[in-house]
Design a protein around this ligand. Sequence first.
Ligand SMILES: Cc1cc2nc3c(=O)[nH]c(=O)nc-3n(C[C@H](O)[C@H](O)[C@H](O)COP(=O)(O)OP(=O)(O)OC[C@H]3O[C@@H](n4cnc5c(N)ncnc54)[C@H](O)[C@@H]3O)c2cc1C
Length: 452
Amino acid sequence: MKSAERPLSGWGHYPVETCRFFRPEKRAGVDAILSSGQESSYIARGLGRSYGDAALNQNAGVIGLERLNRLIAFDPETGVLECEAGVSLAEILDCFLPRGFFLPVTPGTKFVTLGGAIAQDVHGKNHHRVGTISSFILDFRLLTASGDLLTCSADHHRDVFWATVGGGGLTGLILSARIQLRRVETAYVLVDYLKVAHLDEAIAAMADSDHLYEFSVAWIDCLARGSALGRSVLMRANPALRSDLPHEYAEPLSPRKRFQNSLPFDFPSGLLNPFSVRAFNALFYGAHRTISDRLVDVESFFYPLDFIHHWNRMYGGRGFVQYQLVFPLETSAVGLTEVLQRVSQSGRGSFLGVLKRFGEADEGLLSFPFSGYTLALDLPVTDGLVSFLQDLDSLIIRHGGRLYMAKDAATTAESFAAMYPKLDEFRAIKARLDPKNRISSSLARRVGIVRP
Ligand SMILES: Cc1cc2nc3c(=O)[nH]c(=O)nc-3n(C[C@H](O)[C@H](O)[C@H](O)COP(=O)(O)OP(=O)(O)OC[C@H]3O[C@@H](n4cnc5c(N)ncnc54)[C@H](O)[C@@H]3O)c2cc1C
């Protein structure tokens, strides 16, 4: 099968690397690519919504799986959907939301594939209640480097299952999966907005009352300082029932479509700077009020950024890095305070800041979430950013935290090993499945999961 040599990047447009890109349409095509051995190694790619180099493989093969997007079977009694791994969450919603089924866990964009979601063991705004997407994956079929097709679940090939969820595509290619969808009465949620003046208040509010909500997330002002450090707007919600909707909502499972926009070109680098971000944050914080029971459609609540296609161009040609960390409950307040102070003092503006409380960890060997508070920051690429982030890594490690691989573009092998204590267990399974490292990615080599 032919590949196209081209520059590829993740959603952050950083780094950009030359890869040889394959786009098979069928399972047989994937087999043919792997068995041809024409590249030194291969990595799977979905819709490229991981931010850094998780789905890149410099000067080697990248297998785009978004054309493997067939729905295979659906049981309306149980809500179990079987589909190919290239099906996007957007396609699942388009097909099943009007039938009264929603995703059990969804990240902040619906433009990701099911395979990509499993490979990063994604979390959503309901992690504190239900954990990651792996809780709802009944099984998946994994094509390994040797060409074996394994059906993996929490009971069958259990070790491979827990290495694959959150394993960054490094155990093989997920070809299809069965996922348990959840029933909903409407395509709306009832949201409570709570404005808080400081980080401690945000943490206290989440600790006290997150259990009352299925979904919880906070926008956080990363540039506020002093007594306003960490001021936030908490957005917490429960699914709306049919009886919560006014009479004029004739089709409760089909919210009105909103106009979608697209950024046509990269904004000039530097447009997002501490001044413009500070102004935006003041506007955002000022515009929100503490208010209860606002009826919001699921698209606006779960995917506010999806309304602007290519919003990543806002950061200009040099791109940006998303830095997402989690601290354990005990060290969250002090760790988050230090991170916010460093970012604010560094003169680097984070346009998007998101704070969330996680529930318990699952058994994924390289899965990101564990019980504590997670913060995600978007930082434009400027001179010195990588060393700034690597310094920040030592602060994260000192407080027992870790970074999310789906977002990372800067951490080192030493820091990664300190953050992921089950790394050796993962390596042992990887060595058994793929002794010659024929499945590899730029991220895997950078953070030392796979030796270069
Ligand atoms: C706006 C935005 C919001 C986000 N919000 C969240 C969030 O709330 N929570 C969260 O957890 N994540 C979030 N993410 C990250 C995103 O959910 C993950 O990076 C996801 O993995 C992207 O899926 P993808 O199909 O684009 O995969 P890619 O980005 O193409 O690949 C991601 C990883 O999955 C592997 N992979 C992809 N397909 C397969 C396959 N079929 N078999 C094996 N491996 C595969 C790749 O090798 C790579 O390691 C967000 C991303 C964006 C852009």
